[in-house]
Design a protein around this ligand. Structure first.
Ligand code: NAD
Length: 491
């Protein structure tokens, strides 16, 4: 990884942007929406909103560019992506500040995400010329059969707001490396870092029309994009509710689709776990990005023998979390907007009652009257049927439940509709491996929280968390379709 420039916070990010990028040109539109700092409520710029008619224009621009891009040599595509990754590393602090101010996360969180984004672009750059088909057995030597990996054509990519740079790179990198043209709709909530990343793509030499961007409200713009008959493949990252709508839209045109949705990931702590390692990781897993991560460790399942000790150590560590605005660069920032603040606070207060007890937080932290701040919150749960243990909260809210033995731990861990990540904390390798095969999740971590920052590890999902393998080499294959070619040798 390249070292970023040294001076943080220069320049302070602007929240102004045209937001619409079609056929290699940024276009101003007449209506706009504000960029709002989640820590203060202050408007720090405006982004002009793409028109619904821009969907047709963007799909046409992508279609016009798709064939030439697919026929560009894979090593040339990789070279452009590699130059782009280099520019991301060179501009790391500027990009990190944009993401941090827009989402509200501490600057160091933005930096980490931009580093990961640059590394993903670098990884996919290297994969562009390594996508291969296979030579297949045929009925006799007079026949020859092989498969070829081909790009889908024009891909629609729709993203959420929580980790925009990472999700951008994880989808755009493999899509472009595999030879697709793209129409991207970032979330209207926090698109600024994505706009800056796209400007760097231009600088790296990405041809006009290969990557187009529409910024605006999902129910209009996103829905129009994913229903468009000119789209050959859809990648959607977001909530389960929107994922269902997008899949319905895809069904109308029989458009192939991959979806990466929500989570309710457990940290499963056995009595033999190394608690000095486990407790800080558990706390970080639910406070990083203020709990607004799809793989947040939002459920703590702990063996009864050590439950009191783990609970009190987690509560003590969470009450020490330092909270502030993005530029204060403390441990945790605010929630992204007032809607999210109200939603998360409402879920917490609505959950309290028989079998669900508030043992930390649940309200604004002292001294943070403005903005969307919520203190780290812990709920102790004895009623296993309480809805809160299965709902994605998307905030710094941890539920704690206890289990007796391995079978009970498994029943709890598998007791939600989600299947993104499960973390197992134990010193018993046999138990860890047995759990890893029996827990229904796309990713398992043992004695650590998620390995998502390791670019080669697939970011897999199970159950209602979706289906895809983001990250890693296989992500490139998801942006291709396989063609089988059978030849009869004549003469
Ligand atoms: P969301 O579902 O509200 O929105 C996601 C995107 O879809 C946005 O760009 C939005 O504008 C767009 N959209 C909204 N309605 C649409 C429609 N009808 N048709 C097409 N597009 C539409 O999600 P969010 O609040 O932006 O993000 C939070 C969610 O994302 C959480 O559930 C989180 O778990 C999930 N997420 C998942 C992953 C993963 O890899 N599995 C990663 C990050 C976030």
């Amino acid at each position: 990884m390249t070292t970023a420039e040294k001076t943080p916070l220069t320049p302070v990010p602007s929240g102004d942007h045209p937001g619409t990028f079609i056929g290699g040109a940024w276009l101003d539109r007449t209506t706009s929406f504000p960029s709002v700092d989640p820590a203060t409520g202050e408007t720090f710029g405006h982004i002009s909103a793409s028109e619904v008619a821009d969907v047709d224009r963007a799909v046409a621009a992508a279609r016009a560019a798709a064939r030439a891009w697919a026929r560009t040599s894979p090593s040339e595509r990789g070279a452009i992506l590699g130059r782009w990754a280099g520019l991301v590393f060179q501009n790391m602090h500027r990009l990190a500040a944009l993401e941090a101010r827009n989402v509200g996360k501490p600057l160091s969180g933005g930096l980490l995400n931009v580093q990961i984004a640059g590394s993903i672009l670098q990884f996919t750059a290297g994969g562009a010329d390594k996508l291969t088909g296979a030579t297949l057995p045929t009925r006799s030597p007079d026949f020859f059969g092989f498969t070829r990996r081909e790009p889908h054509g024009v891909c629609a990519i729709v993203l959420p707001w929580n980790v925009p740079a990472v999700l951008f790179a994880a989808n755009i990198g493999p899509a472009l490396a595999a030879g697709n043209a793209v129409v991207l709709k970032p979330s209207e909530v926090a698109p600024l870092v994505i706009h800056a990343l796209v400007e760097l793509a231009e600088e790296a030499g990405l041809p006009a029309g290969v990557l187009n961007v529409l910024t605006g409200v999902g129910v209009e713009l996103g829905a129009t994009l994913v229903s468009h008959p000119g789209i050959d493949h859809i990648s959607f990252v977001g909530s389960v509710a929107t994922g269902r709508l997008v899949m319905q839209a895809a069904a109308q045109n029989l458009t192939p689709i991959k979806v990466e949705l929500g989570g309710k990931s457990p940290n499963v702590v056995f009595a033999d776990a190394d608690l000095d390692v486990a407790v800080p990781a558990i706390v970080r897993s639910i406070t990083e990005n203020a709990g607004q991560n799809c793989n947040a460790g939002s459920r703590l399942l702990v063996q009864a023998d050590v439950a009191d000790e783990v609970r009190s150590r987690v509560v003590a560590a969470m009450s020490e979390i330092r909270i502030g605005a993005w530029h204060e660069d403390l441990d945790m920032g605010p929630l992204v907007n007032p809607v999210q603040h109200e939603r998360v606070s409402g879920l917490v207060t609505g959950a309290l009652g028989d079998g669900v007890e508030l043992i930390l937080g649940g309200e604004r932290p002292t001294g943070r009257d403005g903005g969307n701040f919520l203190a780290p919150t812990v709920l102790s749960v004895t009623d296993r049927s309480a809805p809160i243990v299965g709902q994605e909260i998307f905030g710094p809210v941890l539920t704690v439940e206890t289990f007796t033995d391995d079978a009970d731990a498994l029943a709890l861990a598998n007791g939600t509709d989600f299947g993104l990540l499960a973390c197992i904390w134990t010193n018993d390798v046999s138990r860890a491996l047995r759990m890893s095969s029996e827990i229904g999740a796309g990713q398992i971590s043992v004695n650590q929280f998620s390995d998502a920052g390791v670019i080669g590890m697939p970011f897999n999902m199970a159950k209602q968390s979706g289906f895809s393998s983001g990250n890693g080499y296989r992500a490139l294959y998801e942006f291709t379709r396989e063609k089988a070619v059978a030849v009869k040798l004549l003469g």
